[in-house]
Write a protein that binds this ligand. Structure first.
Ligand SMILES: Nc1ncnc2c1ncn2[C@@H]1O[C@H](COP(=O)(O)OP(=O)(O)OP(=O)(O)O)[C@@H](O)[C@H]1O
Length: 192
């Protein structure tokens, strides 16, 4: 086994506060026991605590925040959301990482009827992203700082008043890479 991903004896199904059955089902048989990072962070995130994680690659960090985020969205009082009501935002420093996170969220987001996740990264036409959001909504926005701030500035239709959770993946890189201006803007649009 990959030592960085050595599993604990704690099952996802044993975590407190408990994770919804639908999410446990979506984890499937491949993900029964938590990694140390998951045991340490999922209960805190699901209790609405601010959490900073400094963990090695492959430690299960992505799954930890994805499971927590979907659990929080599920519990939210605003669930079921209107199509343009944003409930969660995940910002990561590169297109590839954002795409990878988007992929990991899919089976979990699909347990929430009427919740739409959108991938917002550079390298494709911003108008196409706007059309996707206009037509399909955007309850969970996943992307890079520049494209996210671009969309936030252009799209008044998006309602950020009910955002429940903000994830900054690789926060140190997000700030190192000269995204301060966009990050400040993005965060300024979210509820305190
Ligand atoms: N509890 C678990 N049981 C088995 N496999 C797991 C578990 N958690 C994560 N994994 C697998 O371990 C790999 C790394 O997980 P993940 O991407 O969440 O880690 P990470 O720390 O975010 O890594 P990176 O920073 O490299 O993206 C993935 O293939 C994921 O499916």
């Amino acid at each position: 086994m990959d030592t960085k991903r050595a599993l604990t004896g704690t099952r996802f199904a044993d975590l407190k506060p408990p994770i919804s059955d639908d999410i446990i089902k979506a984890l499937g048989s491949g993900f029964e026991f938590c990694t140390p990072v998951q045991v340490a962070t999922i209960p805190l995130l699901c209790s609405y605590k601010d959490v900073a994680v400094d963990a090695a690659t492959g430690s299960g960090k992505t799954l930890a925040f994805v499971v927590s985020l979907v659990e929080i969205m599920r519990r939210s009082t605003s669930y079921t959301p209107k199509p343009h009501q944003v409930m969660g935002v995940i910002i990561s420093p590169t297109r590839e990482l954002s795409a990878q996170i988007f992929k990991v969220t899919q089976p979990f987001v699909s347990t929430l009827p009427n919740v739409n996740a959108v991938l917002l990264v550079g390298g494709r036409k911003v108008k196409a992203d706007m059309k996707t959001i206009e037509e399909g909504g955007g309850n969970l926005l996943i992307g890079t700082p520049g494209r996210l701030s671009d969309i936030m500035q252009r799209m008044d239709i998006l309602d950020f008043r009910h955002v429940e959770i903000l994830i900054l993946d690789e926060a140190d890189r997000l700030l190192d890479m000269g995204f301060q201006k966009q990050m400040n803007y993005n965060i300024s649009r979210l509820p305190k």
